[in-house]
Design a binder for this molecule. Structure first.
Ligand SMILES: Nc1ncnc2c1ncn2[C@@H]1O[C@H](COP(=O)(O)OP(=O)(O)OP(=O)(O)O)[C@@H](O)[C@H]1O
Ligand SMILES: [Mg+2]
Length: 446
């Protein structure tokens, strides 16, 4: 069981990694910024407290001892600030010592404040009220009494305002959107290449890929196009060779037929002519196949039920005796993209087989499942011996070895049907039905 952390598609993976990186950088940046701001605020607060405390201290020591209480009482204090004079160091039950960093900051700043020569506080004590966080600075004046100044310390704020955070989030969102857009754009050619490979599998004559875009993509597209051209040439060469052989066999067959006419033995002559005719039929079928493979019929949208009904009607017209054993079941309309004449040839043969070898043809069309429609052609005949089920797709393979005039056929119908369907990205298979007869299953991409 592997932990699936990464999504499957290349675009999603790249975007995921980039976005994770972006988030990391943004969080780090925000933290550094916040820590820096907190430091600055602490410094400013310490300076502020030091200035106020030392201001009060100066005012107190410059006032005669007798007037100090009155002076403090009359003085207008900023909010949150209180000052008391006492003969000894102030005692607070619930106070705790102030942290070292703040103490150091306060001391440094208090030392920087100007005080008349020789009048600096002899002792300084810092304490903090754990309940409300207020800080008290107690100083011993040169004449021995203590001045305690208590002041509130404002909370620290890591960012300037809500607006700042909002702007930051908007910036991050914009960067993320840009990343996703760029990744999708950059990986689009990979998707196009996959689609092209897919359509080449269905049709060797699929149009070539545009060889533009970034160097790597253009190179890949060019390599793909070269490969497609080679496959096309290969297929073409084979078909041409097949047609050439078929063509060249015709002349010797004709010659043989002429020679057979001179045979003495009536029986032998008849058999030989039969064989030669059969041979001729096979050669013509081969030539026809080669011709069909060469003409590249364009793919177009066609209505499959209509095509099936037409083939059934024509088969019924050709053999009126079996017309009532032909039927169609399925939707009334279903559009597929295919080569109409080639596809018609497939069903003409399958239905003709069902009628010739099975005596009936029931056609059933099923709507698309996983992007492919299914057509079943069933009959009630004897079926095909299991060892022949695959071999009937080989050219010229017939179950009843001799090429019987009654049932026509040279044994190219099924191989041609499979050839055509595979070129469409589909396939055809045969199976014997449990209750007898054959079921042909055609799969065709919708
Ligand atoms: N529905 C069927 N029931 C029984 N046998 C079948 C059926 N369909 C095909 N076959 C067997 O498979 C063989 C090959 O079929 P295929 O369509 O390729 O050639 P054919 O019908 O003999 O000739 P062609 O279609 O080229 O005119 C047939 O000769 C027949 O023996
Ligand atoms: Mg046939």
């Amino acid at each position: 069981m592997r932990l699936r952390l990464l999504p499957r598609s290349l675009a999603a993976r790249t975007a995921w990694v980039l976005l994770a990186g972006l988030a990391l950088v943004q969080v780090a940046g925000l933290t550094i910024h916040a820590l820096d701001r907190l430091d600055l605020q602490r410094l400013a607060q310490a300076r502020d407290i030091a200035v106020r405390v030392m201001g009060l201290y100066r005012a107190v020591i410059l006032t005669p001892a007798a007037d100090r209480d009155a002076m403090l009482h009359d003085m207008e204090m900023p909010p949150g600030l209180t000052a008391t004079l006492s003969p000894g160091p102030p005692q607070f039950a619930r106070f705790e010592p102030v942290g070292q960093p703040l103490q150091r900051l306060l001391r440094v700043n208090m030392n920087l404040s100007p005080v008349p020569a020789g009048m600096r506080p002899r002792e300084i004590e810092f304490s903090r009220d754990p309940a409300d966080g207020r800080v008290t600075v107690a100083m011993r004046t040169p004449d021995g009494s203590w001045l305690a100044v208590t002041t509130a310390i404002g909370g620290l704020r890591p960012w300037h305002s809500g607006g700042f955070l909002l702007a930051f989030l908007l910036m991050t969102a914009a960067a993320a959107a840009l990343t996703i857009w760029a990744v999708r754009r950059l990986t689009a050619p990979v998707r196009i290449l996959a689609l092209a490979a897919e359509s080449l599998g269905r049709d060797v004559n699929a149009p070539p890929l545009p060889e533009s875009g970034p160097t790597e993509i253009a190179t890949a597209a060019a390599a793909f196009n070269t490969m497609a051209a080679r496959i096309r040439r290969f297929v073409q060469d084979r078909t041409e060779m097949l047609t050439a052989i078929g063509h060249d066999l015709r002349t010797p067959i004709t010659r043989l037929k002429l020679r057979a006419e001179f045979m003495e033995d009536e029986e032998q002559r008849r058999k030989m002519l039969n064989d030669l005719e059969e041979l001729e039929a096979m050669v013509s079928a081969t030539l026809a196949f080669g011709r069909d493979a060469k003409t590249t019929e364009p793919v177009s949208a066609l209505d499959l039920p209509e095509l099936l009904r037409t083939v059934l009607d024509e088969a019924g017209d050709a053999r009126p005796d079996s017309a009532d054993r032909l039927s169609y079941a399925g939707p009334n309309q279903l559009t597929v993209r295919a080569r109409p004449l080639a596809l018609k040839r497939v069903f003409v043969n399958l239905i003709a087989n069902a009628i010739s070898y099975g005596g009936s043809a029931r056609v059933r069309l099923e709507p698309p499942v996983d992007g492919a429609v299914s057509v079943f052609v069933e009959d009630d005949g004897p079926g095909i011996p299991p060892e022949h089920l695959d071999r009937v797709f080989e050219p010229f393979h017939r179950v009843e070895g001799s090429r019987n005039r009654e049932t026509g056929g040279v044994g190219l119908g099924l191989p041609i049907a499979r050839n055509i369907l595979r070129a469409h990205g589909g396939d055809v298979t045969l199976a014997n039905r449990p209750m007898g007869g054959v079921r042909a299953h055609v799969l065709l991409p919708a």
